[in-house]
Write a protein that binds this ligand. Structure first.
Ligand code: NAD
Length: 499
């Protein structure tokens, strides 16, 4: 019988009640390995009530004590790294080394959150007027929620709950129904780290659960990461219901290769960033823009043999470059985009369609794919493919190259490869994209900086983690105080000025 997963509510595993489920696959074999319960509106309401019950005590606990839970959680993540990485790979399909990276990058946000006593401090002005002081404090919002995608089931939940909970909020995580086991295990470890029951809850579900979170009056803020249409829906619906919302979304990142770039580094970087994790990263580089004919010809000539050497394997194969994509539906989607790009006039140099691994014929494998002569008017260029497909768009000048990411509907990440500091500096200042790499192919900012794209890559004013994260998960209160020395007289009845 298929294994049935649970929710994690108020400190314990709770079986699903709705009778609705979603399949979790083993992407290596294509077999169904478990099923995720999809929560009803009532089950979500019960989860919100549990988080609401935990809020008064957690939010009034002093910040050092909250930080100590984070320190212990970080130690448990290190202790359980192998177990978490293997569990993650078994549902997602990424190779175990990539899964370790997923847990590691999330753990770095927990490390950041350990500094919450300092990060959440307010400001103080002594003597803003005669006998008057002004100070501000950052207070938690209450019950808050995170809705996360399948592609980073450890890192992205920790981007959100790490900072939100450290700030004194209680949290409901609605992870992707495709790979929910790591998020559930994180909640269990968080309890073991000393968090009171109800502080971190995991409720599994689909649109019904998301809508229940978006409309419930006791949920004060929603952080979402996923595809753009759903992100936009979450942003609009959450805001219409009076919530604070940040919704990070799809991407199509460009890597610009200048004629003076170190081509050895460029080839290595594109192999990792276009094909690593089967291209299922929102900071992948699926578009290469070589500047000048010679640069393009050299890039293609060197990439083709290297791409053909890449090993696609099962997620536990330590010699594999990358593993299967997450579902059969996603494999079909990626292969359809390869067909579309070919039909639109892209020159197909390496074709990854129809890949079968011996002994794993049912697995969701897509081979690495390379196109030359892709142009900005093609739909396969405009859309996010989210697979191991690299499209080369040739440009004659840096200006022409830089216009591509700036004019694209997405603006998550971009990279430039060059030895020219001035060109890189100007590019970084002008490009209409939220995160820029200079000779860095995947410029995911470290935890104490902040993550977020522009345009249709993020519907939000505030980014994930770093100081921006603390701002998102708290509201500021400003206090103006006077302790009068004697009779204040008429001054009590006038609009106060500070003199
Ligand atoms: P998705 O949009 O399908 O799912 C994201 C979340 O939304 C899941 O929890 C899912 O259950 C929920 N959901 C699905 N359908 C819904 C609906 N109709 N209404 C409400 N909620 C719904 O995304 P995915 O396929 O899991 O993840 C891949 C996408 O996420 C890609 O577009 C990728 O670029 C994006 N992503 C963006 C970032 C970023 O920071 N910008 C990071 C990682 C992934």
């Amino acid at each position: 019988m298929t294994r049935e997963l649970s929710h994690f509510i108020n400190g314990e595993y709770v079986a699903g009640q709705s009778g609705r489920y979603s399949d979790v696959f083993d992407p290596n074999t294509g077999a169904v390995q478990a099923r995720t319960p999809l929560a009803s509106t009532d089950e979500v309401a019960a989860t919100i009530a549990a988080a609401q019950g935990a809020f008064p005590a957690w939010s009034s606990m002093n910040p050092q004590r909250r930080a100590r839970v984070m320190f212990r959680f970080k130690a448990l993540l290190e202790e359980h790294m192998d177990e978490l990485a293997e569990l993650l790979s078994s549902e997602h399909g990424k190779v175990v080394a990539d899964s370790r990276g997923d847990v590691q990058r999330g753990m770095e946000v927990i490390e950041f959150a350990c500094g919450i006593p300092h990060l959440q401090k307010g400001e103080y002005t002594q003597g803003a007027g005669p006998g008057i002081d002004v100070y501000s404090m950052r207070q938690p919002l209450g019950v808050v929620a995170g809705i996360t995608p399948f592609n980073f089931p450890a890192m992205i939940p920790m981007w959100m709950f790490g900072v939100a909970i450290a700030c004194g909020n209680t949290f409901i995580l609605k992870p992707s129904e495709k790979d929910p086991s790591v998020p559930l295990r994180l909640a269990e470890l968080f309890l073991e780290a000393g968090a009171p029951a109800g502080v971190l809850n995991v409720v599994n579900g689909d649109k019904e659960a998301v809508d229940a979170l978006l409309t419930h009056p006791d949920v004060k803020a929603i952080s979402f990461v996923g595809s753009s249409d759903i992100a936009h829906y979450v942003y609009q619906t959450g805001a219409a219901n009076g919530k604070r919302v940040q919704a990070m979304a799809g991407a199509k990142n460009h890597g610009i290769i200048m004629p003076d770039a170190d081509m050895d580094q460029v080839v290595r970087d594109f192999l990792g960033s276009a094909f690593g994790s089967a291209g299922e990263r929102c900071m992948a580089l699926p578009v290469a823009v070589p500047v000048g004919k010679d640069t393009a010809d050299e890039f293609i000539a060197r990439m083709v043999p290297e791409i053909k050497k890449l090993k696609v394997g099962i997620s536990t194969d330590t010699s594999a470059h990358y593993g299967p994509v997450v579902t059969a539906a996603h494999k079909t989607r990626v292969e359809n985009y390869i067909t579309m790009c070919e039909d639109e006039g892209g020159k197909l140099l390496v074709d990854g369609r129809g890949l079968k691994l011996q002994g794993y014929e049912g697995g969701f494998f897509v081979g690495p794919t390379l196109f030359d002569n892709v142009t900005a008017d093609m739909r396969s260029y405009q859309d996010e493919i989210f697979g191991p497909v690299l499209q080369v768009v040739r440009a004659d000048t840096l200006e022409e190259a830089a216009a591509l990411p700036s004019n694209h509907q997405y603006g998550n990440g971009v990279a430039i490869f060059t030895r020219n500091g001035l060109a890189a500096r100007e590019f970084a200042a002008k490009v209409q994209v939220g995160m820029v790499g200079i000779n860095v192919p995947i410029p995911v900012p470290v935890a104490y900086h902040t993550f977020g794209g522009w345009k249709r890559s993020a519907f939000a004013d505030t980014n994930q983690h770093g100081p921006e994260g603390v701002r998102f998960w708290t509201k500021i209160k400003t206090i103006t105080q006077r302790w009068p020395d004697g009779d204040v007289g008429d001054q009590a009845f006038i609009i106060p000025t500070m003199g």
